[in-house]
Design a binder for this molecule. Structure first.
Ligand SMILES: [Zn+2]
Length: 145
């Protein structure tokens, strides 16, 4: 399961929107406890392909993100990219390019008015949807006022 606190969810959606009409991409990191991965940091990277149909993450920005992840004591949990005009499904190319079976591959579809965020585990050429739980970052305690 991938837990995405609302602030990080919003960061990914904002980056996806900012990248239009092209695909946007980035990395995210956090902690792993058992089979629960919790996102603690999102790195919005440049899609050097500048394409609405595919993406390549800027290598320099990837290195900087990885360095920051180490510095913060987090682990790389996965990457995310947007599908400006197609559903939140792993494309044949997404599956072909998935290099690490331990990572979560998040896809944000902007096809409909309401964005759709899904996460996949991609192993042996097969993409399996992973449960995503959006979580409020700072849940308000029940107010007495
Ligand atoms: Zn894709």
């Amino acid at each position: 399961m991938l837990i995405v606190p609302s602030q990080h969810h919003e960061t990914m959606l904002a980056h996806a929107h900012a990248g239009l009409p092209n695909e946007a991409c980035g990395l995210f990191a956090g902690t792993i406890e058992g089979d629960i991965k919790t996102v603690k940091a999102v790195y919005s990277l440049t899609n050097t392909d500048q394409s609405p149909e595919h993406f390549s993450m800027s290598p320099e920005e990837q290195f900087a993100a990885i360095a920051d992840i180490r510095k913060q004591g987090f682990v790389l949990l996965g990457n995310f990219h947007s599908h400006p005009a197609t559903p939140a499904r792993a494309s044949a190319e997404d599956i072909r390019l998935a290099f690490d079976p331990s990572l979560s591959y998040v896809i944000i579809s902007l096809q409909e008015a309401k964005p759709c965020l899904k996460s996949f585990l991609i192993r042996g050429g097969i993409a399996t949807e992973e449960t995503v739980e959006a979580q409020l970052t700072s849940p308000r305690s029940d107010s007495l006022f």
